[in-house]
Unconditional design. Structure first.
Lengths: 329, 393
């Protein structure tokens, strides 16, 4: 009986520690600021996670993908070594984790041979679901207590907004995650909402070494499908732990930089996991006490009310999403 | 432009073939705007901004009409032949037709979803008048709708699912609520598979322990989690009359307001605040680059030791950093939502605050909602602080 999945942020720090908690060794994520092959190549990427605001108008195609070819054979292959791990997405909020797993489980192998050590838990999961069809794999994922609980432990504390309050300023857009990686020297797009993995280019034409060069044009074509300014997207590269690489090449500065980044990530994740209700209560009491002493309590409230009203008015002017203020129904 | 609509209300579109009209469950807005004195009739999904309508029909004044689809003409009470409220957009100049269904909650005393209230009819009449090219005092009309028009303030997200069949006698059917017909799930892509269908019972989401632990923060968190599941299906408690926005915790506890407090807080107060923060923040502060990075959990003893090891200034720094963090901002937002959505009694109890009527509407056991709840919260904190001060030497 599957429990609920909360939304998690698409953040390199979140994803890195998520897979670390699942037992994956030596893999991290890096945000890509620009879509150019050289900066991607510099990371020696294992795969790329592309996430974008899911246009509700675009339905998943069933006969032919908009770019590339469906490769049903790769999923059905009888050869254990050759068969691609691909799962149908069953839960919206599990989207990000599913995309991560679709790369990890296909790259699992001996690090000496360029594979990833996915750890015992995911190793078991991969074996268990090895012979399943895609939809059953998706079910297995959504039913996995370990994966779900780990995922949820990184959940953001504001997973929703009530229709009546857009004051939180949060975007409740739907984001969709897609993974791109090279498997069996072929470039694949792994999207849980599609019926099968999508092959870009010819089979065997994309060994891991040229993945960065091959994937960038595919991503560019994808982005161009949406009207300019309509699409908000983010790119995360999955790669080897950069601290390990820095140590190997004796880059002390680089190592320090990466360690500092890790401390940042752990700080943010600690805050993400934290339930702030008690803290907010104490801060509220403390500020209130101070304001009462200073005799500025009323002024404080009035200023806050003005700020709220201003935001409501600004939204009205812009005709923004969720126009409650204009809604007469 | 589309960004300045004259009137906006919750409605969904329908598809139809032959005699059968089928509602599309996507929550949306129907709205009209003028460009060069010509009315545009638009529809968009609620997730899109007003500047990006999915349907934008350029109307010649007088050509279009917007009318409710009645079960029988001339009846005393206006009902739709379906179990939802359907309007038709028709044209003089062509046989083209569009159908839309009202997505606001039914105002019928018993919730009969096919009943067109006074307000529903008035809305339709306003739209019709605009399309006919009549001059309307839109401000007055909108004010009228907001203030009166049948039973007051029909707020509420009535995303009614329904079966619609234009000519089949559905009268005798039970009004379907939730999960009916088309397999529609309210069209909100956020809904998660089958899990969210179990009302708010999914309390064990982010927290693995049920509230048998009396940790007040956990009780509130569970409440927040339950809101996530149910906010799609049940409307928040109706605010009385027109809801004043009041303010939010995010607007109250901004860094300019909170940082002075931290700067002048006593060491005892700082330690108290620190005890409400995750222990890792303090152990991280002690780490240097030579310490290997582990994502291990810090024990309470480690935490206390770490807090003690830090100077007062370091503690202030950490607190300020937290107060500026996006994670705290998100929490302020979600706690505000919780208060507005009926969580005031739970929150005030969890925090030990003295709130009027325990957070309920006077003489009722219904929690306050909307801006009033936030106001009661703020007043409650004030009362509690004043009393605590009196009882201290």
């Amino acid at each position: 009986m599957s429990g609920g999945w909360n939304t998690i942020e698409s953040d390199a720090g979140v994803f890195t520690y998520l897979i670390d908690s699942l037992g994956v060794k030596n893999v991290q994520f890096e945000e890509l600021i620009s879509l150019d092959p050289d900066s991607l190549q510099a990371l020696n990427p294992l795969g790329v996670i592309f996430l974008f605001k899911y246009p509700t108008g675009e339905k998943p195609t069933t006969d032919k993908p908009l770019d590339g070819e469906f490769d049903f054979a790769a999923v059905d292959s009888q050869d254990d070594e050759e068969r691609l791990w691909f799962a149908a997405q069953t839960i919206q909020n599990a989207c990000g984790t599913q995309a991560l797993l679709s790369v990890l489980l296909n790259k699992a192998g001996d690090p000496e041979d360029g594979g990833i050590d996915i750890g015992p838990n995911l190793g078991d999961f991969k074996e268990f679901t090895g012979a399943f069809p895609a939809d059953l794999r998706g079910e297995a994922l959504s039913n996995s207590d370990l994966i779900r609980e780990t995922h949820n432990s990184f959940a953001r504390s504001s997973p929703f907004t009530s229709d009546a309050t857009r004051y939180a300023g949060e975007d409740d857009d739907v984001f969709h995650f897609i993974a791109y990686t090279s498997i069996n020297s072929t470039l694949y797009e792994l999207d849980g909402l599609q019926p099968a993995p999508i092959r870009h280019g010819d089979a065997g034409a994309c060994p891991s070494e040229i993945f960065a060069d091959a994937v960038v044009p595919v991503l560019q074509r994808r982005i161009e499908r949406y009207p300019a300014g309509e699409i908000r997207f983010n790119l995360l590269a999955m790669c080897e732990d950069l601290r390990v690489r820095a140590k190997e090449v004796g880059d002390a500065e680089g190592l320090e930089r990466e360690e500092a980044k890790r401390r940042e990530w752990r700080w943010e994740n600690a805050l993400r996991r934290h339930n702030f209700v008690g803290f907010i209560g104490e801060v509220m009491k403390g500020v209130t006490a101070q304001k009462l002493e200073e005799g500025s309590h009323e002024a404080w409230i009035e200023d806050a009310k003005k700020a709220t009203q201003k935001r409501v008015d600004d939204r009205k002017k812009k005709g923004e999403v969720g126009g409650d203020e204009m809604d007469v129904s | 432009m589309a960004a300045n609509p004259l009137i906006t209300f919750k409605a969904g579109k329908c598809t139809f073939s032959g005699k059968k009209v089928t509602p599309v469950s996507t929550p949306g807005y129907l709205y009209l705007y003028f460009e060069d004195d010509m009315p545009h009739f638009c529809w968009r999904p609620r997730s899109q901004p007003a500047s990006h309508p999915e349907i934008d029909l350029f109307m010649v004044p007088g050509d279009g009409s917007f009318e409710p689809l009645p079960r029988e003409y001339g009846a005393e009470e206006l009902h739709s032949p379906t179990n939802g409220r359907i309007y038709t957009l028709k044209f003089q100049s062509s046989s083209q037709k569009h159908f839309f269904w009202m997505q606001s909650k039914s105002q019928h005393a018993e919730g009969t979803p096919s009943w067109f209230s006074q307000r529903d009819q008035r809305l339709g009449q306003i739209v019709n008048s605009i399309l006919q090219g009549e001059e309307l005092d839109m401000e007055a009309e909108v004010a009228d709708l907001r203030n009166g028009g049948g039973s007051g303030g029909a707020d509420g997200d009535g995303d009614d699912e329904m079966d619609v069949d234009e000519h089949s006698p559905e009268h005798g059917r039970h009004p379907s609520t939730g999960g009916a017909g088309q397999g529609a799930t309210g069209g909100d892509p956020r809904e998660e598979g089958s899990a969210s269908r179990e009302g708010g019972g999914d309390g064990a989401r982010a927290l693995s322990s049920q509230p048998s632990s009396q940790d007040p923060s956990a009780v509130v968190q569970n409440f927040l989690n339950s809101l996530q599941g149910s906010s799609q299906n049940t409307p928040p408690p109706p605010p009385s009359g027109a809801d004043k926005p009041y303010t939010t915790l995010s607007d109250l506890l901004t860094p300019p307001q909170t940082i002075p407090y931290i700067s002048s807080a006593t060491p005892a107060q700082l330690d108290n605040l620190c005890s409400y923060l995750p222990p890792e923040l303090f152990t991280l502060s002690q780490e240097s680059s030579s310490t290997p990075d582990h994502a291990t959990h810090t024990s309470a003893a480690d935490a206390t030791a770490a807090i003690d090891a830090l100077s007062t200034d370091q503690k202030r720094e950490i607190l300020i950093r937290v107060l500026r963090s996006p994670q705290l901002q998100q929490s302020l937002g979600s706690l505000t939502v919780a208060l507005r959505d009926g969580g005031l009694p739970i929150v005030s109890e969890a925090l030990g605050l003295k709130v009027k009527n325990g957070g309920n509407v006077r003489h009722a056991s219904v929690p306050l909602g909307g801006g009033e709840a936030v106001e009661a919260f703020v007043e409650g904190v004030k009362t509690t602080v004043e009393e605590e001060k009196k009882s201290k030497p």
